[in-house]
Design a protein around this ligand. Structure first.
Ligand SMILES: [Zn+2]
Length: 74
């Protein structure tokens, strides 16, 4: 069971909108990728979709996070 994480700021890679992760629309249940938790999020401002990765590196013990843009389906 994945915990709801509060207070994490995410920045939209398209328009630069910054807000708490819970301000973004979660399009599907978070899933695991290696040591990351991945969320598919929709920006509330520009309505584009991206994946937000967050995890703790098992090697360094440091927080690691990044976003990946998702190309819209056609
Ligand atoms: Zn945006």
């Amino acid at each position: 069971m994945l915990k709801r994480e509060v207070g994490r700021v995410v920045k939209c890679p398209y328009c630069g909108f910054e807000a708490d992760v819970n301000s973004f629309k979660l399009l599907r249940e978070p899933w695991r990728f290696r040591f990351y938790t991945v969320r598919m999020l929709e920006c509330p401002r520009c309505h584009k979709v991206f994946n937000y990765y967050f995890g703790i590196s098992p090697r360094s013990g440091k927080r690691s996070e990044y976003v990946i843009r998702i190309k819209p389906k056609k």
